[in-house]
Design a protein around this ligand. Structure first.
Ligand SMILES: [Zn+2]
Length: 143
């Protein structure tokens, strides 16, 4: 019993990641292209990764709307996530205080924060809906 429940949550998390990763890569994209947050390389949405600003991939960071950004394969995989550049860009975009508070909250809640499958299903719906709205808006802009 316990085992299948764990598996369901794991699957739900993987499904959420799929939709969320697409949302991250499509956000601010134009004509299927997006820019790597840490090096500026422009690439196809399909080739981009969704990279995290902080290591660990624990729950507080995993689906964070601000701490996950499009990244090229090079930055995300071979340059170990470029955490330093990531940090500098976030501070540039928001400010130091925002960044420090975000890091503080993430390290505080990171390990205790839990999602239920219901939470994750809700998130999947939200991201799907937002992707739909965004793409409709783009179609309007482009006509
Ligand atoms: Zn890059």
């Amino acid at each position: 019993m316990k085992r299948s429940k764990t598996k369901t949550l794991k699957t739900a998390k993987a499904d959420t990641w799929k939709v969320f990763s697409l949302w991250v890569r499509l956000k601010d994209s134009r004509h299927g292209l997006n820019q790597c947050y840490t090096c500026g390389l422009v690439g196809h949405v399909k080739d981009m990764h969704a990279g995290h600003a902080l290591g660990g991939r624990h729950n507080a960071v995993l689906f964070d709307l601000f701490l996950v950004r499009p990244q090229c394969r090079q930055c995300n995989m071979y340059n170990n996530g470029q955490y330093n550049r990531f940090r500098l860009r976030l501070i540039d975009e928001f400010d130091q205080e925002w960044y420090d508070e975000k890091v503080r909250l993430c390290s505080k809640t990171g390990r205790i924060m839990k999602y239920t499958t219901a939470d994750l299903d809700e998130m999947i719906e939200w991201f799907r809906e937002d992707i739909k709205i965004t793409s409709l808006n783009r179609q309007l802009e482009d006509t």
